[in-house]
Write a protein that binds this ligand. Structure first.
Ligand code: ADP
Ligand code: MG
Length: 393
C-alpha cells in the first residue's frame, strides 16, 4: 500500500497545509457469512471483516474544530465542539459528516479528551451496498480519535458507541453485529457472535485457494425498511404464539430443532418465520463446527440451505436475489447465499481464485439476461478489525 498511502498523505497536506503529519487508521467493511435475520431475535451470526474498507488520515487540532473531507463525497463538513449537544440529532445539511459528528458527540459523553481534528477519508468499500461502510466510517473515526487523544477504551466499547451513534443520532435501527465485526475481527478468522450475551468467539476460516466474491444485485432500494420491520413484527408475534403453547419459552433461544413440530402447528406466515429463525441458528452452529474442522464443502452446503430458508420461509430474497443465486449455482458455485437484510442487496460466494473470471463472466451475462440489471462484483480477502496502519502497510 506504500505509494497509495504516500499519495493520500500528500492530498491530506494539500487540504490541510497547516496541519501536522497525520496518523493513519483503517476500518474494514464486513460481510455476514451465515446467520441472517437472527440478530434481532438474540440468535447467532457469523460475519467476517474484508480487506476492503475506509482509511482515515487525521491530525489533531486544539481549537475544538473538526474539518472533514471524504474522497467519496464532494462536500466538506465542518463543526465545532462548542455547537454539539448531548442530545443532538443528525442534521441533513451535514450529509455524510453526520457519522463522524455522531461519533464525536458519543466520545465526548464518555469523557474522551478530543479537541478537534483535520480528517481525510478514503474508501474502496461501496457505500450503501450492505458491506457496512457506515460501521467502517464510525469505527475508523472512533478508534482513530480515541488513539490520538490517548483515551483508553476497548474496541468492544467503541463498537457499542458506534451502535449508539447509528441508533440514536442517525436514526437507523440496527443490531451490534456490524460494529463488532468491523472492530473486533481477526485475520483468517470469522467471528461467531451470540447476540443475546454478546459473547464472541474467533472461528478459524482458511479460505485456501478461494476468495470472497460479493455480488450486488443492483436492485434499487425501495420499501426495504418497511418490509424489514414487518419481518421483525412477524418474528415477535410467532414467538408469542409459540409461548402460548409452551409457556417456558421466553426467546427463540429456548427453541431447538426438536420444537419444529410445535412450530408447524402455527399458521402462515408465523410458522415459516419461526422455522427460519430456529433452523438458521442451528445452521450457524453447524457452520462454526464445519470451519473448525476445515470442512469448506460442508460450510458451503450450509450457505445454500441458509439461502433457501431465507427465500422460502423468511421470504426476504425476491426475484433478483433468487435469480442471482440460481445463476451462481449454474456457474458451478456451491458456496453461496444472499447476505444482509435481503430484498435486493448482495450475495456472498466463495469462489476458487482461478475460476473467478469465468464465474463473473457467466453470472454477469445470465443475470442481466434474466433481470435486465448489471450486477457489480467485489473481490475480497479476509482482514483484521479496525487498526492503525503504518508505513510498512
Ligand atoms: P452501508 O453501511 O450498507 O454501506 P449505510 O446506508 O448504512 O450503508 O451507510 C452509508 C453511509 O455511510 C453513506 O451514505 C455515508 O453517509 C457514510 N459513508 C460510508 N462510506 C463513506 C465514506 N467513504 N466517506 C464518507 N461517508 C461515508
Ligand atoms: Mg450501514
Amino acid at each position: 500500500m506504500g505509494s497509495l498511502l504516500e499519495q493520500l498523505k500528500q492530498e491530506f497536506k494539500e487540504f490541510y497545509p497547516e496541519a501536522g503529519s497525520p496518523r493513519v487508521f483503517f476500518a474494514p467493511g464486513r460481510v455476514n457469512l451465515i446467520g441472517e435475520h437472527t440478530d434481532y431475535t438474540g440468535g447467532f451470526v457469523m460475519p467476517m471483516a474484508l480487506d476492503l474498507g475506509i482509511t482515515m488520515l487525521t491530525a489533531p487540532r486544539k481549537d475544538g474544530v473538526f474539518r472533514l473531507r471524504s474522497k467519496s463525497f464532494e462536500q466538506p463538513v465542518e463543526f465545532s465542539i462548542e455547537d454539539l449537544k448531548d442530545d443532538s440529532k443528525a442534521d441533513k445539511k451535514d450529509t455524510w459528516g453526520n457519522y463522524p459528528k455522531g461519533v464525536v458527540i458519543e466520545l465526548l459523553k464518555l469523557g474522551a479528551p478530543v479537541t478537534g481534528a483535520d480528517i481525510l477519508y478514503s474508501s474502496n468499500l461501496p457505500t450503501g451496498a450492505g458491506l457496512s461502510s457506515s460501521a467502517a466510517i464510525g469505527m475508523a473515526t472512533a478508534f482513530g480519535l480515541a488513539e490520538v487523544a490517548e483515551f483508553e477504551v476497548s474496541k468492544q466499547e467503541l463498537a457499542f458507541l458506534c451502535q449508539r451513534m447509528e441508533n440514536n443520532f442517525i436514526g437507523v435501527k440496527s443490531g451490534i453485529m456490524d460494529q463488532f465485526a468491523v472492530g473486533l475481527s481477526k485475520e483468517n478468522h470469522a467471528i461467531f457472535l451470540d447476540c443475546t450475551s454478546i459473547e464472541y468467539e474467533y472461528v478459524p476460516f482458511e479460505l485456501e485457494d478461494h476468495k470472497v466474491v460479493i455480488t450486488n444485485t443492483a436492485k434499487k432500494r425501495g420499501l426495504n425498511e418497511s418490509r424489514y420491520n414487518e419481518r421483525r413484527e412477524e418474528a415477535e408475534e410467532a414467538l408469542k404464539q409459540i409461548a402460548e403453547m409452551k409457556p417456558n419459552v421466553k426467546s427463540y433461544r429456548d427453541l431447538s430443532l426438536d420444537d419444529l413440530s410445535l412450530i408447524n402447528a402455527l399458521r402462515y406466515p408465523y410458522r415459516e418465520r419461526a422455522r427460519h429463525i430456529v433452523t438458521e441458528n442451528h445452521r450457524v452452529l453447524e457452520a462454526k463446527a464445519a470451519l473448525e474442522q476445515g470442512n469448506l464443502t460442508q460450510f458451503g452446503q450450509l450457505m445454500l440451505a441458509s439461502h433457501r430458508s431465507l427465500s422460502l420461509d423468511y421470504e426476504v430474497t425476491g426475484k433478483e436475489l433468487d435469480t442471482l443465486f440460481q445463476v451462481q449455482l449454474e456457474a458451478g458455485c456451491y458456496k453461496t447465499r444472499m447476505t444482509g437484510a435481503g430484498f435486493g442487496g448482495c450475495t456472498v460466494s466463495l469462489v476458487k481464485e482461478d475460476e473467478i473470471d469465468q464465474f463473473i463472466e457467466y453470472v454477469r451475462a445470465n443475470y442481466k439476461e434474466r433481470t435486465g440489471l448489471d450486477p457489480e462484483f467485489y473481490i475480497a480477502k479476509g482482514s483484521g478489525g479496525v487498526r492503525e496502519i503504518g508505513e510498512e502497510d
